[in-house]
Design a protein around this ligand. Structure first.
Ligand code: NAD
Length: 268
């Protein structure tokens, strides 16, 4: 059996019916956790992940909720806690892009991205923290009272023309995560982020689906390959486990070196 540092713990992954969220949910289950698969619209995608997890001998529960809606998030946490008693690990993964040149960007596009990518993290983290505190420590399961992992992006630090709403949301995630980590560390709650580079998922299909697009993308990645959801899954398991017990308020970039200013390898 594989290493199971999360055995007995209950996790919730938002936006887990596809891409990185699905990969993360599977990695958490392989590490021993039971996992709630939150989804916004794809019940079929969520059920597929549920089947993969139950085949591993772990529990999985698909719950529909729009993370930007307070009442839906509240109902999701209520359902999870009445089914499984508590939550130990929250992965704030749900996110999207609504790209536009700035002169064309509408308030609706701005609000949608901020509402899901940033306010969604606030709503889910708020209820997770309330539950961590209500439940208290469970030293037989973890040295921390609870763990939150935020799916940020290399664009929490790299500006991105044509994507001002998205980059603003991820820049917001950086200080949301750090401020929350500073506030809650004394209560043994650890909050960290992962900053994925280019990971092969539906969100960025146009950047990898043709050989021309992929070769242009690879000029931005020193390590010379596109990332896979399991690359992010492995980092998430580490951040959720006691192996990272002394790590708090950090963003781990899992990006094949995308944040290393690769253009400077060829000049500068
Ligand atoms: P994806 O489109 O496959 O996944 C995003 C998921 O979020 C989808 O399952 C979608 O249904 C869900 N979602 C969207 N709106 C929602 C809502 N209102 N409520 C609940 N769920 C909602 O793309 P992905 O690449 O797997 O993205 C996952 C996360 O990773 C996002 O936060 C994204 O910003 C981040 N990210 C991805 C990359 C990449 O290269 N793929 C890079 C950096 C960061």
């Amino acid at each position: 059996m594989s290493y199971q540092p999360l055995k007995g713990q209950k996790a919730l992954v938002t936006g887990a019916s596809s891409g990185i969220g699905a990969g993360v949910a599977l990695s958490l289950a392989q590490a021993g956790a039971d996992v709630v698969i939150n989804y916004a619209s794809s019940a079929a995608g969520a059920e597929k992940v549920v089947k993969e997890i139950t085949a591993l001998g772990r529990q999985a529960l698909a719950i529909k909720a729009d993370v930007s809606k307070e009442d839906e998030v509240a109902a999701m946490f209520k359902q999870m806690i009445s089914a499984w008693g508590t939550i130990h690990i929250l992965v704030n993964n749900a996110g999207l892009q609504q790209d536009a040149a700035f002169v064309d960007m509408t308030l609706e596009q701005w609000n949608k991205v901020i509402g899901i990518n940033l306010t969604g993290m606030f709503l889910c983290s708020s209820l997770a923290v309330k539950e961590f505190v209500r439940r208290g420590m469970q030293p037989e399961l973890s040295r921390a009272m609870g763990k939150i992992i935020c799916m940020s992006s290399v664009h929490e630090t790299i500006p991105w023309a044509g994507h001002v709403n998205y980059a603003s949301s991820k820049g917001g995630v950086k200080l949301f995560m750090q401020s929350l980590a500073q506030e809650l560390a004394p209560q043994k709650i650890r909050i960290n982020s992962i900053g994925p580079g280019a990971i092969q998922t539906p969100i960025n299909r146009s950047a990898w689906e043709t050989p021309e697009a992929l070769s242009s993308l690879l000029t931005l990645i020193p390590y010379g390959r596109i990332g896979l959801p399991e690359d992010i899954g492995k980092a998430t398991v580490w951040l959720a486990s006691d192996d990272s017990d002394y790590v708090s308020g950090q963003t781990i970039f899992v990006d094949g070196g995308m944040t290393l200013y690769p253009e400077f390898a060829r000049g500068g």
